[in-house]
Write a protein that binds this ligand. Structure first.
Ligand code: AMP
Ligand code: MG
Length: 488
């Protein structure tokens, strides 16, 4: 049904352009939808009236029970390599694209529902989502956004009134997600596998128009698209690592063409720095461990390049060499972004490669709390090194590094105090600490939403220390090893 007073009007650009990549579908009914969380900041950015979304008509749209004006809900088709194994047909098994809207800055954004019932792509799944994981997606996405990292964002989470069976019965929920698009590497893999050249051409043109319009001017637009995506992903993964983020499921169906982070499943932020950190219980080999993320991204981009070969040159053999060169440039691009990120985190302008390299070695050897260590460096710059030294075992080694670093800081053009302030603008105090996320989600599932809302507020303002929030700035005091944060 279409609602009488639609809280939002949508376009159907994806549907118009990309027949062959979706199936029109309707959400399963929700017996009694209730709004748990509404992102009013995002609603304002989208130019959508928050009060209208809170009305019964609005909640019906957010739950999938009503179709907004202009929308053609579809389940999107995509393929994907999951932990290295290719599945030719994944697709939205429990999600629907409602359509696009233009935000107040003139950007096109997708509105999409996750947990809205089985679709033709559901395979054995029940099509449902449960409250905890949808709230995790909300809070982690808001944290990433506040940290300045490209990400999809939650507009709302609605409970459906249904009980969903997982290991235990849990409240069913629907996440309304906003993304600059839901085009993934897996979308291209799917289109390429159909061997329908027209479909792959339409997808390539759509992706270029939507995300990397400058590529249209290039001699070989598909190659330029590949290069843009390689660059966007190199920048993205470097930004993840600057804040200690582990995505957890970097399958090709979870890597966007836009360069936004998508699908917050078994993701988490590091407490102690260790490149081998894995949070997903199913990632046995550590394929998506913190320190492996650049390699995983590059591997996915190679799959993207393969799917584009026939678009790059009439004879795909001729496309292999230039495409390989672009994919190979990932390493250099990533290193450049990561190095710039680390230089900013230690407040240095110019090239201080050895200082950065030696710091990473110290972190790897001593496993200090990642977030507190970097935040503590501004205190060390201002004369108090204990916030940093109290986090490490070998104080002498770190002290020696601090001495070299202070010399570098002191010989910069800007004042040390200015450098310290600049560091405080890139090194967060507050990240979504795993134990706080777990506690907030558990409370919400038990009916108390207050800790979740408090946590969202904390992580939405990551850089300025606020009195009373000390506990949110600390790692898990009971952590004895790496806990698995999983669940979908
Ligand atoms: P994800 O690991 O969340 O990226 O999902 C991988 C694939 O599994 C996608 O095709 C999802 O649509 C599908 N999927 C995950 N959970 C369910 C579910 N409960 N019901 C149907 N499909 C699902
Ligand atoms: Mg996914």
């Amino acid at each position: 049904m279409t609602v009488a007073a639609s809280p939002v009007t949508l376009d159907d650009w994806f549907v118009r352009d990309l027949g062959g990549l979706y199936q029109p579908w309707a959400a399963a009914p929700s017996p009694s939808p209730e709004l748990v969380a509404l992102n009013e900041d995002l609603a304002a950015e989208l130019g959508v009236d928050a009060a209208a979304l809170q009305s019964p008509e609005g909640v019906a749209v957010l739950a999938g029970a009503a179709v907004p004006t202009g929308a053609t809900p579809v389940a999107m088709a995509y393929a994907g390599h999951q932990f290295g194994n290719y599945s030719p047909r994944l697709g939205d098994g429990r999600a629907l694209l409602l359509g696009e809207l233009t935000d107040t800055a003139g950007r096109r954004r997708d509105l999409h529902l996750k947990g809205s019932g089985r679709t033709p792509f559901a395979r054995g799944g029940d099509g449902r989502a449960t409250l905890g994981p949808m709230l995790r997606e909300y809070v982690v996405g808001e944290a990433m956004h506040a940290l300045g990292i490209p990400t999809t964002r939650a507009l709302a989470v609605v409970t459906t009134g249904e009980t969903v069976m997982r290991e235990t019965p849990l409240p069913g929920a629907v996440l309304a997600r906003v993304a600059s698009s839901h085009l993934r590497v897996g979308t291209f893999q799917y289109a390429a596998a159909t061997r329908d050249a027209d479909l792959l051409r339409r997808l390539t043109d759509h992706a270029i128009a939507r995300h990397h319009p400058q590529a249209a001017e290039a001699e070989r637009p598909a190659l330029a698209l590949l290069e843009s995506v390689v660059e966007a992903q190199a920048a993205l993964v470097a930004q993840w690592m600057d804040v200690g983020f582990v995505h957890g499921v970097m399958n090709t169906d979870n890597m966007t063409i836009s360069g936004e982070t998508i699908d917050y499943g078994p993701c988490a932020f590091l407490d102690a720095y260790d490149p081998a950190t894995v949070f997903s219980s199913i990632d046995h080999g550590g394929r998506y461990a913190f320190g492996n993320q650049p390699q995983a991204a590059q591997w996915n981009l190679a799959r993207f390049a393969e799917s584009l070969l026939t678009m790059i040159a009439d004879d795909p053999e001729q496309a292999i060499e230039p495409a390989t060169a672009v994919v190979s440039s990932f390493g250099e691009r990533f290193t450049r972004h990561r190095s710039a990120g680390l230089h900013a985190k230690i407040g240095l302008v110019g090239e201080h490669t050895e200082l950065v390299r030696d710091l990473v070695t110290l972190l790897t050897d001593q496993h200090p709390d990642h977030t507190r260590f970097f935040r503590g460096l501004s205190a060390a710059a201002r004369g108090n090194a204990s916030p940093v030294l109290d986090l490490v075992v070998d104080r002498d080694a770190v002290d020696a590094w601090l001495t070299r670093w202070r010399t570098a800081l002191g010989s910069q053009e800007r004042q040390v105090a200015e450098s310290a302030d600049a560091m405080d603008r890139v090194n967060p105090v507050y990240i979504p600490r795993n134990h706080h996320v777990e506690a907030a989600l558990d409370a919400a599932v038990a009916g108390d939403h207050a800790p979740f809302h408090r946590l969202v507020d904390v992580v939405a303002h990551p850089y300025a220390e606020r009195p009373g929030l000390e506990d949110y700035a600390k790692g898990d005091p009971s952590a004895t090893g790496y806990v698995t944060y999983c669940g979908t």
